[in-house]
Design a protein around this ligand. Structure first.
Ligand code: ZN
Length: 295
């Protein structure tokens, strides 16, 4: 089913992708100029939000830029993710409610949070490269702006790793968890990524997986089977109820005290479960046995 919001978001990301593509255009020149105070296109590598950037973008570009954090703007939750956070333009590291961007500190080698911590995971950075007290003071304010949970996680970590290199092209995190360069993705893949983000597995899926743990279930086929099988909305609804465990057979109705007997209404010889009604009941299977589905 088409998801309009995902389609709109994908269009916005496609616009950002066009900015990165290797051709010039007047709109790119204007946008590049607007992005200059926050480091130009490099901002697309950062964990930013336009409301925190110290620039004013036209409304349309704002929407385009803010569509990307929907895919990449997750809150870092583990040591490795935190140390890999880029300091500049980071929406979590704010000074006077705005993200931080200082070209001089980047030139001095302070790019990621990893650059602010020493080998034993304490916040003691190499000050030899700093040229003036104002820069030291600014670095201290960056450290103070690091969320408390992040600082606690870093200090408590026994893991010590170096930060990952920054890729040459901004990336997008796919629904599968894989990270792909933005330029390599087609609009359709971007749309699918947005759409898959919204998809939540029904709670009954786990229930059915546990019940039929010995069977390899092709879930995609299970959930889509009703569509090639029938146009009849009643039958589709029937299948939906079965898949979501909300088909109230006698077994279920008896468990909540609505009917006296849990046995099958038709044969009365066994519990009226969904399985009994569909596969084992001598009365109903004569009906279901005469129907067939494609696939
Ligand atoms: Zn029966």
């Amino acid at each position: 089913m088409l998801d309009i919001q995902s389609m709109i978001s994908a269009k916005r990301i496609t616009c950002i992708k066009k900015l990165l593509e290797d051709y010039s255009s007047p709109w790119k020149t204007i946008l590049d100029k607007l992005l200059l105070p926050v480091g130009g296109r490099f901002v697309l590598h950062c964990n930013f939000h336009t409301s925190k950037l110290k620039i004013n973008l036209p409304a349309y570009y704002k929407e385009c830029f803010d569509a990307r954090p929907e895919l990449n703007g997750k809150t870092p939750s583990c040591y490795k993710e935190i140390i890999n956070e880029i300091i500049r333009n980071n929406k979590f590291l704010c000074h006077d409610k705005k993200s931080i961007y200082r070209r001089d500190l980047v030139n001095l080698g302070f790019m990621k949070i990893r650059d602010l911590i020493s080998a034993n995971n304490s916040f003691s950075y190499d000050t030899s490269s700093l040229i003036n007290p104002e820069q030291r003071f600014f670095l201290m304010s960056i450290i103070n702006s690091i969320p408390t949970e992040w600082r606690s996680l870093i200090k408590a970590s026994i893991e010590i790793t170096i930060a990952d290199p920054i890729p040459s092209v901004p990336t997008i995190q796919m629904a599968s968890g894989n990270v792909a360069p933005m330029l390599d993705l087609t609009p359709k893949q971007i749309y699918q990524t947005f759409k898959q983000q919204k998809q939540i597995a029904p709670t009954a899926k786990q229930k059915l997986s546990n019940k039929y743990s010995s069977i390899e279930i092709e879930w995609e086929k299970v959930y889509t089977l009703a569509f090639p099988c029938t146009l009849n909305t009643k039958i589709r609804e029937f299948q939906y109820k079965i898949l979501n465990c909300i088909l109230f057979t006698n077994e279920k109705l008896n468990s909540v005290g609505v009917v006296e007997s849990p046995n099958c209404t038709f044969s009365r010889e066994a519990k009226g479960s969904v399985e009994h009604l569909l596969f084992f009941c001598k009365i109903t299977t004569t009906v279901f046995g005469n129907t067939s589905c494609p696939g």
